[in-house]
Design a protein around this ligand. Structure first.
Ligand SMILES: Cc1cc2nc3c(=O)[nH]c(=O)nc-3n(C[C@H](O)[C@H](O)[C@H](O)COP(=O)(O)O)c2cc1C
Length: 139
């Protein structure tokens, strides 16, 4: 079937869009505003988007619980919002803190990280089997 995001089909409710792009990593966005107020919030519209240079993004949708923009956005940019369509924030990664226990033989171990993935609706997932593959033509 075809699901139109602009004319949602009531037979597929809630909206299946988020359930069609899975699994999504959950980024913990930590920010500090000019007054030193700290904020930490999870975002599943988050991903690494470039290797050279290393870059990540997250997207804020909806409003802060008290109205207006979410703190994760205002603490980075103090911009007025004229139309509520969400904000995408992209950032260049200057460095990464890695838990010592997650490093095995000089590599970050996905098994040790044990990430939780966001699925659709109220669903989440843990890692299943981890396997290796090489690209065709790669030794
Ligand atoms: C697992 C998880 C993923 C979320 N992903 C998003 C997201 O991608 N975009 C978004 O706007 N809110 C997302 N939220 C909701 C925000 O975390 C929540 O609105 C939070 O209060 C952010 O607002 P703040 O920046 O004002 O603290 C998510 C919540 C959870 C629990």
């Amino acid at each position: 079937m075809f699901f139109s995001c602009e004319q949602p089909d009531p037979a597929l409710s809630p909206d299946p869009f988020k359930a069609c792009v899975v699994p999504r990593p959950i980024g913990w966005i930590s920010t500090v505003d000019a007054a030193g107020h700290r904020n930490l919030a999870p975002f599943s519209f988050f991903n690494a988007i470039s290797e050279l240079p290393p870059m990540v993004m997250f997207c804020a949708n909806g409003e802060h619980k008290d109205g207006g923009e979410k703190d994760s956005v205002t603490e980075i940019y103090n911009l007025p919002c004229e139309e509520e369509i969400g904000r995408m924030v992209m950032g260049r990664v200057l460095g990464t803190h890695i838990a010592d226990g997650a490093i095995v033989n000089g590599r970050v171990s996905a098994a040790r990280l044990a990430p939780i993935a966001r699925l659709g609706y109220r669903e989440y997932a843990a890692l299943g089997e981890i396997f290796k593959m090489t690209r065709p033509g790669t030794p």
